[in-house]
Design a protein around this ligand. Sequence first.
Ligand code: CMP
Length: 230
Amino acid sequence: MATASKRVHMGDRTLTLKAVPFFTQLSDRELDVVRSVSVEKSYPRSAVVLTEGEMGDSLYMIQTGKVKVFIGDEDGREIILKILGPGDFFGEMSMIDKQPRSASVTTLEASTFHILSHAAFANCIEQAPRIANFVMRVLAQRVREADRKIGTLALMDVYGRVASTLLELAVYNNGVLMVGEKLSQQDLANMVGASREMVNRILKDLSDRGFITVESKSITIINRELPPTL
Ligand code: CMP
């Protein structure tokens, strides 16, 4: 009885929270804790959410939308570290160590976040300690991924970097392996540390050789055995 009335009390907000993978791992009580300490905020497409080097102590959980995490230089060149979507979070590093933001984050599409301040997060894990385990697991995965990326950047030529990034981004959609991210060729170039022209040439070559098909909003992988070099 108590549980049922609690669900009614939490209403639509709980239902939307439940749709996100992170939240589906939490019980109703844990969800109630997150709900009570987070602030919901929406951003339009191409909005700056975090800026590298600035101070900040909030963690952002993505409810809907997509963001890119990147580092840049004064000439406007950027390297995209990661694309994040619903169920992912960012901003945890400064929240944990109170150092400036390690990277910038902008929205790739209209997005809604649940934002937790350092104090709110501390409150959250005091009441629902499993949330801390989850954050630690994600941090470990990110280090693994960063290690893989260092290996790719150091050991592969641009051709191999494009091929491995396409495979990393691709997901099965109705049995078809495709990169459905709304990524421009410039974004892809910024992920592999190459020029847009070079990426364009490599995509054309992979397409001419029958490994992929390139459409305006997606790239389909026809043969997973993408060649690591020309
Ligand atoms: P923070 O340093 O607070 O702000 C920028 C955020 O970008 C950072 O926390 C992480 O959440 C995120 N971030 C930084 N580096 C990576 C990475 N290599 N992969 C995924 N996310 C990252």
